[in-house]
Ligand binder design. Structure first.
Ligand SMILES: [Zn+2]
Length: 264
């Protein structure tokens, strides 16, 4: 098990590095399969030694080897976070047979899309459809897979219901705030969360998302003395955090958290 977790942490480092590249290429509109990575400042093609996750950034002191332009700390942070979440996923989902392995692989694919969405939203306040649509599709695949794994078509009803209810609630929130509080991407993300988590898990994820967003929002207001109105923080990263917590540790947290919040 330890060996599996170690391998998946290494895989997470590589995927984290790819996530950084994909986020940037999505933003500038470059093809994200073709072409080599370049420094966004000096356009110098990056060599293999510049692209080793985390270590290149540390060894180069957070600067480009060619033009010395500072490289955002987002790059090593995303790599470290992806590796940690991959390792945690392997540990929590504990793959043993073909079913649990497929479940882990589907989740890691979804986790990759979710991290791309969270990083993109944190930087540019947008959940791009190029990632969101595959996430919706993968969510539907996951519901079918779970129904097969549990030998029960009926078991798909909970996740579908959760997806429609939370998607619907977010639609109302977006419409009522005329897109100021959240955007259309949040509606699709809520739909995907329902597919992954079902009703109970969805409740956990939303409570975690709203609580952490409130804490971070308050911290920002205190630190920057910003006024409450006019301060905007992207909600996508908090939804993604809630999804990860609920998917990996939902059952353990659900009872405690739901009781705390008067839901059971
Ligand atoms: Zn450069």
């Amino acid at each position: 098990m330890l060996l599996i977790v170690t391998y998946i942490i290494l895989l997470g480092l590589i995927i984290g590095s790819a996530i950084n590249a994909i986020v940037w290429r999505l933003y500038v509109g470059r093809s994200w399969v073709k072409g080599r990575s370049v420094c966004p400042e000096c356009n110098h093609t990056l060599a293999g030694k510049d692209l080793v996750p985390i270590f290149s950034w540390l060894l180069l002191g957070g600067k480009c080897r060619y033009c010395r332009a500072p490289i955002h700390w987002q790059y090593p942070a995303v790599e470290a976070a992806t590796a940690a979440l991959f390792g945690l996923s392997a540990y929590a989902l504990h793959p043993m047979d073909a079913w649990t392995w497929v479940r882990l692989v589907l989740w890691l694919a979804m986790l990759t899309l979710l991290i791309i969405l969270a990083v993109y939203d944190a930087r540019w306040m947008l959940l791009p459809d190029k990632i969101m649509i595959p996430a919706v599709f993968l969510g539907l695949v996951y519901v079918v897979f779970e129904a097969l794994r549990l030998h029960s078509i009926m078991s798909a009803r909970g996740p579908l219901l959760a997806a429609l209810i939370t998607g619907g609630i977010f639609y109302v929130l977006v419409a009522a705030s005329k897109g100021r509080a959240m955007g259309g991407g949040d509606i699709k993300l809520a739909f995907v969360m329902g597919l992954l988590l079902g009703l109970r898990g969805m409740a956990v994820a939303l409570l975690v998302a709203f609580d952490t967003a409130a804490i971070v929002g308050l911290a920002l207001i205190i630190r920057h003395r910003r006024r409450l109105r006019g301060t905007r923080i992207a909600f996508g990263p908090f939804l993604v955090l809630g999804t990860v917590v609920a998917f990996l540790y939902g059952h353990a947290i659900a009872d405690w958290y739901l009781r705390l919040n008067g839901l059971i």
